[in-house]
Design a protein around this ligand. Structure first.
Ligand SMILES: [Zn+2]
Length: 246
């Protein structure tokens, strides 16, 4: 028995070079869901947004039949089809993230842009999958195997290896710039920031900063103080890069 898989767009990243942008004739002699079979070929299921079998939209549980022609898309809007089945419920509410241990520094950028982002350098794979599932956080990772875990519903494999390039990549995937809300989360600890009177934090800032700035925010968890000085300039230049790349 053979099924024919065609992976579109960014899903080709996960295939061996010789199989990219081709139709893969995949022999099988066991009963398997399209989810299991597509993952055995390479891509992790959270990166697949739409599966079309012989012209019909199906879900992950579809059992592959001999001769099936299976098209897989990273983008739900890639093809016009009716009806079209969403593989997971649409993500609702403001995007929240959890990062694996290889993505350090990215957490500060995401928080700086106003996204609730969990990161610890000692999370293990079980914790990452569990927290992502329980708190409906988008799991960003460099571990394809982790994304293939059944509990992971929302996730993305970060291709780039440099922090800024990673942020640009994640912006392209999730349109972060459309949802910016700076001075919302602490870059250091993800605590909530609140406006604070200058008089209350005078002992935490340089006298020159006190002279030059009037609006301050403070982390409710670690007490770190933020203002539209160096933090803000750094962020503004970063956001320029992100916006111009989008
Ligand atoms: Zn903090």
């Amino acid at each position: 028995m053979t099924a024919y898989f065609t992976f579109h767009g960014a899903l080709n990243y996960f295939l061996p070079r010789s199989q990219r942008h081709t139709t893969i004739a995949h022999p099988f002699d066991w009963r398997a869901s399209v989810k299991d079979m597509l993952e055995s070929l390479g891509p992790p299921h959270p990166e697949v947004a739409l599966i079309v079998v012989n012209g019909i939209s199906v879900n992950f549980d579809y059992i592959v039949q001999p001769g099936d022609k299976i098209a897989l898309y990273p983008d739900f809007d890639a093809v016009d089809l009716s009806p079209k089945i969403a593989l997971v419920p649409p993500y609702s509410g403001r995007m929240r993230f959890i990062l694996d241990t290889h993505l350090g520094r990215l957490e500060a950028y995401l928080r700086m842009m106003g996204f609730d982002t969990l990161y610890r350098n000692d999370y293990d794979d079980d914790e990452l999958a569990r927290i992502s599932d329980e708190e409906k956080r988008i799991l960003l990772t460099r571990d394809i195997g982790l994304l293939k875990r059944g509990r992971v519903m929302y996730g993305y494999f970060v291709r780039n290896t440099e922090s800024r390039a990673r942020l640009l990549e994640i912006n392209q995937r999730y349109r972060l710039v459309d949802h910016l809300d700076p001075f919302r989360y602490c870059m250091k600890c993800n605590g909530l920031l609140m406006p604070v009177e200058k008089s209350a934090i005078l002992d935490k800032i340089h006298p020159r900063t006190a002279e030059n700035f009037d609006a301050f925010h403070q982390c409710q968890a670690c007490q770190q103080v933020y203002w539209k000085g160096s933090h803000y300039d750094k962020m503004a230049s970063l956001l320029d890069d992100v916006i111009n790349s989008g």
